[in-house]
Design a protein around this ligand. Sequence first.
Ligand code: CA2
Length: 150
Amino acid sequence: MSENNTPRILVLNGPNLNLLGTREPEIYGHETLNDVEELCRAAAGTAGYEVEFLQSNHEGVLIDAIHAARGAVAGIVFNPGAFTHTSVALADAISGVQLPVIEVHISNVHRREAFRHHSYISPVAASIIVGAGVNGYVLGVQQLIHLAGK
Ligand code: CA2
């Protein structure tokens, strides 16, 4: 809960997602990360939730954000970027805070290179959304709010 008692969710983005909309539009589309933030705020606002939005290229910053989310938000919508395929530390952080995490990937990682098929995050995620473009974040916000209502 925030100070004003409005329930909050954290939307967290990993490395290189700050470049969204500037390159590789055939894979990631034309929307920028600012567009994603607006979409998430609108989707959350409809259900009376506020959004905390953070992107970092640094694994430790993402871990600190997950730790800080404990007790502060209802859950996390998380696109871990390439750390998805490498980071035991992020998976451990998620296990440690016991918050529902919705893993989001803009692209369909299963149609891409084999190294993108494995996720360290999926076993500790409540739900997984892949290949829905940036609408995946909206679906993630909606799913998190759905889970929080139970
Ligand atoms: O599909 C996704 O959302 C990914 O998490 C994106 C990661 C990739 O490593 C994962 O396998 C799948 C890459 C994010 C990089 O984003 C860029 C966006 C525009 C231009 C360059 C990079």
